[in-house]
Design a protein around this ligand. Structure first.
Ligand code: ADE
Ligand code: ZN
Length: 341
């Protein structure tokens, strides 16, 4: 397929984004603007020099810069602007549904109140629902490099806003911070009615994926790249149709894989795994949904049926109601079958 044709096809697919850290959508231009209006001094003297720092050898090197960038976010308006910028951008890529992570502890640990963070994000999501026709779910993520006790404090802070929050996740430094560290807080989160997901098997071993499933009882695995190391795990993922939210540009940027041609998504689809493609931290990894689809399709020589499968899988894996999922899946099928592509 011609690359311009591939781009055109991808642009037109109605897409669902299920793995997106809102703090990871913080584009350098907006970061500089917000830093300026909040009178925060940045150690980078230009947008260009900040962008030049986006070279990572592993997850931790990225996280250090990502947490530093988030420090310029102080006010409700800042969180609103960050979220609104993301939503308008993905609207232009024909993303029609988003399930967005936010990291409350990245902000509450700096003295920013939980309510300031969530109100800004929530108001932008609501505005996008009204004005851009983008549906959404909101996922509060616990930082796994911190203690379970601190995650419990975050859970407590979330209770007044629980009608705005659909689920909880687990992110940050994976190695040495296994899912088993958070069994109690995940149980308590489920008791509050939150759905459960966790990052597992991004850098960490397959054991972390097993723990996320068996101990935390998550309904979806974020990343899960390492699952192919374990045939029994693959069988479990296939039998129970547990989704894996993969992020190809993140994986190359963080050296989880050496090059895009090594990405496991095609092997996963061939095995019957409910694999999906997302953008993780698009401002840092060189692309949003379309770019992730495009680079993956190019490197792995994906055809239209793969693209249709990936788009369909994302709606299947979403937390939309059965009826709404079906409506989107029909639209994806119609797009591929009825339009001249
Ligand atoms: N937080 C933001 N992006 C992340 C990633 N790719 N892995 C773990 N934690 C994250
Ligand atoms: Zn992630």
């Amino acid at each position: 397929m011609e690359s311009s044709e591939l781009k055109k096809i991808i642009q037109g697919i109605p897409k669902a984004e299920l793995h997106l850290h809102i703090e990871g959508s913080f584009e350098p231009e907006l970061l500089f603007d917000i830093a300026k209006r909040n009178n925060i001094f940045l150690s980078y003297d230009s947008i260009e020099s900040l962008k030049n720092a986006y070279q990572f050898n592993n997850l931790q090197e990225f996280l250090d810069i990502y947490y530093a960038g988030a420090q310029v976010l102080l006010h409700e308006q800042d969180f609103f602007d960050l979220t609104w910028a993301y939503l308008t951008r993905v609207h232009s890529q024909n993303v029609v549904h988003v399930e967005v992570f936010f990291d409350p502890q990245t902000h509450t640990d700096r003295g920013i109140e939980f309510n300031v963070v969530i109100k800004g994000i929530y108001n932008a999501l609501e505005k996008a629902k009204q004005e851009l026709n983008i549906s959404y779910k909101l996922i509060m993520s616990y930082l796994r490099h911190l203690s379970e006790e601190e995650a419990f404090k975050t859970l407590e802070s979330s209770i007044p806003f629980k009608h705005w929050i659909d689920g909880v996740g687990l992110d940050s430094s994976e190695m040495g911070n296994p899912p088993s560290k958070f069994v109690n807080v995940f149980k308590a989160s489920a008791n509050q009615g939150y759905k459960l997901v966790a990052h597992a098997g991004e850098e960490g071993p397959v054991e972390y994926i097993w723990e996320a499933l068996d101990l935390l009882k998550v309904v979806r695995i974020d990343h899960g790249n390492r699952c192919l190391d374990d045939e029994a795990l693959v069988q479990r993922l296939v039998e129970q149709q547990i989704p894996l939210t993969l992020c190809p540009l993140s994986n190359t940027a963080l050296k989880v894989i050496r090059k895009m041609e090594d990405h496991p998504v095609l092997k996963m689809l061939d095995k019957g795994i409910l694999a999906t493609i997302h953008s993780d931290d698009p401002a840092y990894f060189g692309g949003y949904m379309n770019e992730n689809y495009y680079e993956t399709a190019l490197a792995l020589n994906l055809d239209k049926s793969h693209l249709m499968q990936l788009a369909t899988n994302a709606f299947k894996a979403s937390w939309l109601s059965h009826e709404v999922k079906e409506k989107h899946i029909v639209q994806v099928k119609d797009y591929f079958n009825l339009t001249d592509i």
